[in-house]
Design a protein around this ligand. Structure first.
Ligand SMILES: Cc1cc2nc3c(=O)[nH]c(=O)nc-3n(C[C@H](O)[C@H](O)[C@H](O)COP(=O)(O)OP(=O)(O)OC[C@H]3O[C@@H](n4cnc5c(N)ncnc54)[C@H](O)[C@@H]3O)c2cc1C
Length: 480
């Protein structure tokens, strides 16, 4: 009996045959190879396929499936929304199954007294947000992939949302969680407002990218939602660097916008569309949320700061356009429409998000924009925007387009390009190569440099929690 037959038989006995997808064509359709969607458009078949996709509907089923895999040396990739972008879900050998947590989609409890919501890992974030909005609350977490992503994946990738400058990233929102260890043991970190009982064990799961535990349930904060009170302001500013200086002024002085976005001209011309810029001009906008009194007060101060940096106020039309179109890309990803475009143009568009302190961000942006076009003749566009800002620094979201000659090796070109941006970023001592998409298998080659001496701790953690390395091998932590 082949390994595939045995695994399918054994897991069918554990979960029921109706919960195991094993047919090759069905796997191919369900197999999420996000980054490889370009190759998919040309009917390229990936080198490795999962043995099967096991659908789970309870923590107990997750536990039994993991224990089976651990005992039988079967590798496991956890998935929920399948929208991750750094090859987290790429199968790299012939002994891997997907554990699909999408059926675990229950909202367990919305607790407006204690301002938290508890949901299973497969609960789509869009469904929770819609429910909360109808009640006058919000999760405060709105990734661009909101129509696609689910709670488990969001926590496991340490995701951040478009309103993060006010609400924080997912790490600021998770109060407690339940997870299954590779040996099948179920552990729970009780949700509390704050805890000083040793290191924060939530972080074993947050950002673990399926390489340590399978998250089954999560409790996150909720916030009162005041959409009608939102303050918005759009500006054109002399250039990207002046825009960064204005954003720094806003953040360092202690104002709390919810969205802060600053686009360079290339990004505006290729991806934005609703603003016309001249020369090196940049487009910048802010929103402020909160209860009565706060949006107006912070908004007016932000407006004064923008004008003091020479920005021209252009009203709110372009901001409203962003609100209308901010998740639109999710409608076409992985669809025939996108595939047709790939086949017609041979061009693949993608993004990469790095982050640094205020002092270094401009130099990283300049170095990438100056040096990469020379190194990569395939590069047809490279721009960037700032979208997540902090008191002590900000991110740059590089947007790029590569002309791909060969679909089968397109991902290698993308890996080389991503690595080149990481290489530049790592020259700066207050910068990180990964702001919020996670490491995956795409950036894992740089993780040792990224973490420096503390990489040893991550490795020890992996060895302690997952000694047989069954959990998403090669993701987050490089293979030996
Ligand atoms: C168009 C687009 C826009 C995006 N915008 C953003 C953005 O604004 N902000 C942002 O942060 N990200 C963004 N992303 C990336 C992606 O949406 C996030 O990484 C998201 O968190 C993935 O959630 P998911 O449910 O789709 O997870 P999946 O893709 O299913 O999985 C992601 C990772 O988490 C692991 N995982 C999944 N479920 C579990 C579980 N139950 N237990 C343990 N591990 C698990 C997987 O093994 C994998 O490593 C974007 C992606 C796309 C395609």
């Amino acid at each position: 009996m082949s390994l595939k037959e045995k695994t399918v038989n054994d897991l069918s006995a554990v979960l029921g045959a109706e919960n195991i997808i094993s047919d090759d064509e069905a796997i191919r359709v369900a197999d999420p190879i996000m980054v490889r969607t370009y190759a998919k458009a040309f009917n390229y078949i990936p080198e490795h396929s999962p043995l099967c996709i096991a659908k789970v509907s309870s923590a107990e089923q997750v536990s039994k499936t993991l224990k089976y895999c651990n005992d039988n040396d079967i590798h496991v990739i956890a998935k929920t929304g399948a929208s991750s972008s750094e090859d987290q879900l790429l199968v790299i050998d012939d002994r891997t199954i997907f554990i699909d947590g999408a059926p675990m989609d229950r909202i367990v409890k919305i607790d407006t007294e204690n301002m938290v919501v508890t949901a299973q890992c497969g609960a789509p974030i869009a469904v929770i947000e819609e429910k909360l909005n109808a009640m006058g609350y919000t999760l405060g977490h709105a990734p661009q992939s909101l129509p696609l992503a689910s709670m488990g994946g969001l926590v496991a990738t340490r995701s951040t949302g478009q309103f993060s400058t006010y609400y924080g990233g997912i790490e600021d929102l998770v109060c407690g969680l339940e997870a299954a260890l590779p040996n099948g043991e179920i552990i729970s970190v009780r949700p509390v407002p704050r805890r000083a009982a040793g290191p924060d064990l939530r972080h074993i799961a947050i950002g673990s990218e399926g390489a340590l535990v399978f998250i089954t349930e999560i409790t996150v904060k909720i916030f009162k939602w005041y959409p009608d009170l939102m303050w918005k302001g759009g500006y054109i500013i002399e250039d990207f660097k002046t825009g960064v200086a204005a954003v720094r002024d806003v953040m360092a002085r202690g104002y709390r916008p919810s969205v802060v976005r600053l686009y360079d001209k290339t990004d505006v011309d290729h991806n934005y569309g609703s603003v016309k810029l001249k020369n090196d001009e940049a487009f910048m906008f802010f929103t402020v949320e909160g209860p009565e009194g706060i949006p107006g007060a912070h908004g007016e101060a932000i407006h004064r700061i923008a004008l003091s940096r020479g920005a021209e106020y252009i009203g709110t039309k372009a901001v409203d356009h962003w609100f209308l179109t901010r998740n639109r890309i999710c409608d076409t990803i992985g669809t025939e429409k996108e595939y047709v475009k790939f086949r017609e143009t041979n061009v693949y568009n993608a993004t990469l998000e790095i982050c640094s302190n205020w002092e270094q961000i401009g130099s990283i942006y300049d170095e990438a924009r100056l040096t990469l076009p020379e190194r990569f003749p395939e590069l047809v566009m490279l721009g960037g925007h700032v979208s997540h800002s902090y008191m002590n620094g900000t991110n740059v979201y590089f947007v790029y387009a590569l002309k791909m000659d060969d679909p089968a090796s397109a991902h290698l070109l993308q890996y080389r390009f991503v690595d080149a941006i990481c290489e530049i970023t790592l020259k700066y001592d207050s910068a990180t190569t990964v702001h919020h998409h996670g490491v995956g298998k795409m950036r894992v080659g740089r993780i040792k440099e990224e973490l420096g001496s503390s990489f040893a701790l991550l490795k020890m953690m992996k060895q302690a929690v997952d000694p047989k390395n069954i959990m998403n091998p090669g993701c987050l932590i490089p293979l030996e």
